[in-house]
Design a protein around this ligand. Structure first.
Ligand code: NAD
Ligand code: UD1
Length: 353
């Protein structure tokens, strides 16, 4: 298939490009580079073994640019990563988050339907479950109350996509609810490159390990968890990338090419999958694994809980395995090894393009 990858220069997008090409697909990337660096695309092309990955610096809110793009390309599907994702920033700048993530997606969907491209995989998040009603979380778990505007953009866009699909059954919508992506390509050439102080645990750990920050703050040790620190379902970004390739079969399942794995998904056209490993690890599990595998110590200090955090969040990934034939291959050791490999080789992230 020829895939439009929005936000393809970002962390998850750049890793997904490699999996797409290795599976025999081609891709065209659009990204406004607001949170990414085109060097990631150059390095992804090197890893794939192609001279370059077609790229257009386009903002998904720019209707005219999207129209031009679709006038010159035929896409079988879109994998839609583009969006702003910093939780704290979304609390300070809600309008910017709703306008970029929701406004941008509405424009993208409108142009897609005008050009009869009605297959989309959307990057959703475990955040839509709020404080989950059940652990492990299945896709039947009701959505919850999000604690920040970023989370609401994901929850609202899920609704938008499902409503559009209901009104026009030609649409095929796949909502992938990612748990906590970490790790990097094993080569260490591409990885997560956060701006400023990292919000998320793993990039904070690697920046402490590389000496950029003095110590990790552990946000609370009095949760109802085995060691008192928060428990999450960390997933290696290469596994997450592979889940997108597996999800593409949802689009062929509706044609005559029904594969063994996809035979169960023929009757639904709005499909929701949890993408995690099904294992919960605490903050201290991650710190200890990092030190054990990499031989680098990570000084930490217990701090108060972070507002909006929950104690435990991990999924039941059985639906993705049963219907997509996808399951995570990498464990915690590969996650901490590859996160460190990337950070060690690129202490300042990507170089200026
Ligand atoms: P990222 O910031 O690295 O990638 C997102 C990309 O979108 C960036 O390259 C950015 O420049 C681009 N972008 C943002 N707004 C745009 C716009 N208006 N037009 C064009 N491009 C735009 O983030 P990521 O970690 O790769 O996440 C990808 C997607 O997955 C996002 O939608 C994110 O919300 C979602 N997600 C991420 C996580 C996570 O922990 N990383 C978890 C759950 C869901
Ligand atoms: C956060 C976001 C969530 C988003 C997800 C994407 C919040 C409330 N939630 O989830 O919306 O989809 O990232 O990856 O921000 N921790 C520390 N010290 C740190 C950083 C984190 O102890 O410096 C702890 C947290 O308290 C948590 C765990 O590490 O227990 C994971 O945190 P994080 O990586 O931020 O992910 P989430 O909180 O799961």
């Amino acid at each position: 298939m020829n895939i439009l990858v929005t936000g393809g220069a970002g962390f998850i997008g750049s890793h997904t490009l490699i999996e797409l090409y290795h599976a025999g697909h081609t891709a065209v990337v659009i990204d406004n580079l607001s949170n990414s660096n085109p060097v990631a695309l150059r390095r992804a092309a090197e890893l794939i073994g192609v001279p370059e990955i077609p790229f257009h610096q386009i903002d998904i809110r720019d209707r005219q640019a999207l129209e031009q793009l679709f006038a010159h390309h035929t896409f079988d599907a879109c994998i839609h990563f583009a969006g702003l994702k910093a939780v704290g920033e979304s609390v300070a700048k809600p309008w910017e988050y709703y306008e970029n993530n929701i406004g941008g997606t509405l424009t993208l969907l409108d142009v897609m339907r005008h050009h009869h491209c009605k297959n989309i995989i959307f990057s959703s998040s475990a955040t839509v479950y709020g404080d989950p009603a059940e652990i492990p979380i299945t896709e039947n778990c009701p959505k919850g109350t999000c604690t920040n505007p970023y989370g609401w953009t994901k929850s609202m866009l899920e609704q938008v996509l499902m409503d559009i699909q209901k009104a026009d059954p030609e649409w095929n919508v796949v909502l992938l609810r990612y748990f906590n992506p970490v790790g990097a390509h094993p080569s260490g050439r591409i990885g997560e490159n956060p701006n400023g102080i990292p919000n998320n645990l793993m990039p904070y750990i690697t920046q402490v390990a590389v000496g950029k920050r003095p110590e990790l703050g552990v946000f609370g040790d009095d949760y109802d968890t085995p060691d008192g620190t928060g428990v999450r379902d960390y997933i290696h970004v290469c596994d997450l990338a592979a889940a997108h390739v597996a999800a593409l079969q949802c689009f062929t399942a509706h044609s005559s090419q029904i594969t063994a794995h996809s035979s169960q998904i023929t009757n639904h056209k709005s499909l929701i999958y949890n993408i995690g490993t099904g294992h919960g690890y605490s903050v201290l599990d991650m710190v200890n694994a990092f030190t054990r595998v990499n031989g680098v110590s990570v000084p930490y200090r217990i701090q108060p809980r972070r507002a909006g955090d929950i104690a435990t969040c991990y999924c039941d990934p059985a639906k993705a395995k049963a219907e997509l034939g996808w399951e995570a291959k990498y464990g915690i050791d590969e996650m901490v090894r590859d996160s460190w490999n990337w950070q060690r080789q690129n202490p300042e992230g990507y170089p200026e393009p």
